[in-house]
Write a protein that binds this ligand. Structure first.
Ligand code: NAD
Ligand code: 6OD
Length: 484
């Protein structure tokens, strides 16, 4: 049996008790994971402090950038191992892990390696009342030890999305991956060693949230900043905890994202885009569209075509190259998604596709599968239209006027992402600019340029990461004013 241990100061460290890491495709135990208690989390934070004060803290930006490229190289050298670990932990299709998760992990390091070398500094020449001048310029300094807590849906992608800019800015990190997906954060320890990153710069603690490693990390007084991706409610709990020590936070939280499909869209391109936006990663992407608004002249045709798409998506073993839909992450999460499938019926939905559990007649019946599901006919106030489900499911509703679609799309307490589908570019811009979200795509979805701002409004988060936004979160600016 494999064992995933905490990684502290360059050593694998056993915790105080073990918990199982389960493969959601068939319910088998992949590994035992060792849980960090408060003392072990403290050891990790102290190791990170020591490393911050050591040789890592003295590297210049070019040297750090070179280290980040070495990390990317070492990830690419272990491509198949990372893919296998991510597939076993999450149940995501191997084709998806190979084209999205693992390449993005390497790209995260390369992008921030390049960016830190060219990141501009602000400067102002200031006219003083006595007719003279002063020069203001800001210098960038790392914050110190950054605590990073991540979810299970894109474990390596989301972890490295934070580790890379944190290291680029010269910080050291203590990461707490999701208890559901501890494998790739652990494998990244091996990468750090090979890339020559000094011990203590990257530390991993395993465990759960409340009264476990997650909470101990957020409570730790020597952690200088916390960055978190996960559920909005968890973000609220973390915010409460860190308030006591006034730590800066960056939160990437949940979503209940809308897609607006106009009758003038490119039908086939839109169908394929919406199918991805609803079902990719079994609907477990924070950016997924769970609300699809379709202009009435094409509503019936679009719903029929989306139904055919949903019913022909290949569901099966994540290890098959042709599989498009894997299981949900866990039995507990499947119960949650199925409770929404039941609720949708109680709220009066018409079930267009799916709505249940598939039968395979083999070991996959022990897995956490649900059918890709499409509903119509719900009121906009229905819980299934308001609450994040985080599964392969959407509700499709018709609209008659552009303004009506905008009002419906914005009628949510979340505000992460939206997508607009139209061949009328003027309309695309006009509608996109009225979306109350952090990210709007027009005629595409989850198309990423890592230099752009990424984050949400309302319940979907606090702050932005990506490009300079990440560098600004992971560093402190010291403005220096010189009277000339
Ligand atoms: P979650 O909030 O349950 O857990 C995320 C992490 O937080 C885990 O590592 C968990 O152990 C830890 N945690 C839980 N309670 C904690 C506490 N009190 N203190 C400290 N740590 C704690 O989220 P999840 O179920 O793993 O992920 C799914 C959610 O994440 C969805 O809501 C999804 O929308 C959101 N998400 C958002 C983004 C984004 O970029 N906005 C990206 C991915 C996922
Ligand atoms: O692409 C990214 O940088 C990112 N943070 C994606 C988040 C996806 C949510 O599940």
């Amino acid at each position: 049996m494999k064992s995933f241990r905490n990684y502290i100061d360059g050593q694998f460290v056993r915790g105080f008790r073990e918990f199982p890491d389960i493969n959601p495709a068939d319910g088998t135990v992949i590994a035992e994971v060792t849980e960090a208690d408060r003392d072990i989390v403290d050891q990790a934070v102290q190791a990170a402090r020591k490393a911050f004060a050591g040789s890592w803290g003295r590297l210049n930006t070019h040297e750090r950038a070179a280290c980040l490229h070495k990390i990317a190289d070492a990830i690419e050298a272990r491509f198949d191992r990372f893919v296998a670990a991510e597939v076993a932990d999450t149940g995501k299709p191997i084709a998806l892990a190979s084209r999205l998760d693992v390449p993005r992990a390497a790209a995260n390091f390369r992008v921030f390696a390049d960016l830190i070398k060219t990141a501009p500094l602000e400067s102002f020449q200031t006219e003083t009342p006595d007719g003279k001048n002063a020069l203001n310029y800001a210098v960038r300094k790392p914050r110190g030890v950054v605590g990073i807590i991540t979810p299970w849906n894109l474990p390596l992608l989301l972890l490295t999305w934070k580790v890379a800019p944190a290291l680029a800015c010269g910080n050291t990190v203590v990461v707490k991956p999701s208890e559901e997906t501890p494998a790739t954060a652990t494998l990244l320890s091996e990468v750090m060693k090979e890339a020559g990153i000094p011990d203590g710069v990257y530390n991993v603690v395993h465990g759960f949230g409340p009264n476990s490693a997650g909470e101990f990390l957020t409570q730790h007084p020597d952690v200088n900043a916390m960055t978190f991706t996960g559920e909005s409610q968890t973000g609220a709990a973390i915010m409460k905890t860190v308030a006591a020590s006034v730590k800066p936070v960056s939160f990437e939280l949940g979503g209940k994202n809308a897609a607006i499909v106009f009758a003038d869209c490119d039908f086939e391109e839109t169908l394929s885009g919406i199918s991805d936006a609803v079902f990719l990663n079994t609907g477990q992407v924070c950016l997924c569209a769970e609300r699809v608004y379709v202009e009435r002249p094409i509503f019936d045709r679009f719903v029929g075509a989306l139904k055919s798409k949903a019913e022909t998506l290949r569901m099966g073993s994540p290890l098959e190259q042709s599989t498009q839909i894997g299981p949900l992450i866990s039995k507990q999460h499947r119960e949650k998604v199925l409770s929404y499938y039941k609720l949708a019926r109680e709220e009066g939905a018409t079930v267009v596709a799916g709505g249940g559990v598939p039968q395979f007649g083999n070991a996959l019946d022990h897995g956490c599968y649900v059918q890709p599901t499409i509903y119509t006919g719900l009121r906009e106030s229905a819980r299934c239209v308001k609450e994040e489900i985080f599964g392969p499911v959407c509700h499709v509703a018709p609209f008659d006027a552009e303004d009506e679609a905008i009002v419906m799309a914005n009628d949510t307490r979340y505000g992460l992402a939206a997508s607009i589908w139209t061949t009328n570019l003027k309309r695309g811009h006009r509608v996109a600019q009225q979306m109350n979200v952090g990210i709007t795509w027009v005629n595409c979805w989850f198309l990423r340029d890592l230099r752009t701002p990424f984050g949400g409004v309302g319940l979907s988060g606090i702050g932005r990461e990506g490009g300079m936004h990440s560098l600004n979160f992971y560093s402190e600016l010291n403005n220096i004013c010189i009277r000339l």
